[in-house]
Design a protein around this ligand. Sequence first.
Ligand code: 5AD
Ligand code: SF4
Length: 440
Amino acid sequence: MNVYDSERMAEILAPLGYRTALKPDEADLIILNTCHIREKATEKVYSDLGRIKEIKDARIAAGHPLLIAVAGCTAQAEGEEIMKRAKYVDMVFGPQTYHHLPEMLAQAERRRSMGGGPGRGVLNIDFPEEVKFDYFPEISNPQGAAAFLSIQEGCDKFCHFCVVPYTRGAEYSRPAASVLKDARLLVSKGVREITLLGQNVNAYHGEAPQGKVVWGLGRLIRALAEIEGLERIRYTTSHPKDVDQELIEAHRDVKKLMPYLHLPVQSGSDKILKAMNRKHTIAEYLAILHQFREVCPDLVFSSDFIVGYPGESEEDFQATLNLVKAVHYAQAYSFKYSPRPGTPAALMDNHISEEVKTERLERLQSLLREQQTAFNKLMIGRILPVLWEKPGRHREQLIGRSPYLQSVHAELDSSFIGSISSVKIAGATLNSLTGEQLTV
Ligand code: 5AD
Ligand code: SF4
């Protein structure tokens, strides 16, 4: 989502004469787009800011000004704190204010022209009435053949560990007509694969093109699949509670919908799921996976896991390992629980020690790595269609993605970039596949 947002910010700034600098010390404006999901991400903001301050000092000494901005979820959650701790920051603004970037920038420039400090910089952590998407300029410059497209933002789920409902705000779905318009535009600029984005993407309930009724994600996917030239559709991130029949049926009927589903479960223990306020049980989650597999036998799953949630016993953790063994994930992300200020879980009194969290994470990740490697090795000998995205590290080598989102390397000339062609898989490791061109 932050990659997508950063691209939108670049597009908003383009009419003001800004373009992307190649190096930070060549920039007139540096926007640090931040994440607040775990403590580590937030700590990184302050260490990155320290480095950016050095760049600012060096530029000012050389007679070139530099404005520093902090955007994203840490800006939203810790705006005041950033202003206090890092007085050299000129602008701090949250995720729902990006369409106000030109005014905020004008304000910051005015302040700088009056000598900068000691007064504070521009702070905007509002959740405005109007919807930012309505004010974004037309997507002008997709970064390749695979693009992100935000269709939904915010979250009303309030999992007890998570800051997203506070930093991104309430759930909002973009009207289907404007999603379809953006998708057509992306395709006209060479995009072949679109990943629909939302914090809770399958909670999508956008106004239908004819108005009045509302479309769910399944319906939207069917409409997108009709766009000629669009070859692949993906979506992320989904919540088990919002999986409906229409979405399952889309996986049955829509060939362009890729057979890879990121459906985070977080824990394999019903007790922990309840404590997390996830609103479903393991039996329900497994029933959903079963339904997907029934209609689309080659669908593979990915998930997020949190280990060491407050109150997680060894038995609860074992339940997570057992779930992983039962499902066989193609890929997964796993994290140590990180207490976040303002969330209910942070206030619980049964926190797990860092040592135990580290040890559990290692055991879980070792199992997940094993499964991912086994899944990748299953591909050896198969012929897979790959969307070639960029040059590899070696000459005449390209990197692309399989339908299962695996990274594939093959010796191919650069004319293949932006197109889909099949290769025979000759090798597989934890993180990638090697493909060989088919001989005709
Ligand atoms: N601690 C650890 N992981 C977290 N996630 C969200 N909040 C936390 C937290 N407080 C993880 C969840 C989510 C992913 C995006 O980040 O697994 O699915
Ligand atoms: Fe956070 Fe996802 Fe839960 Fe929403 S559904 S609160 S974004 S973990």
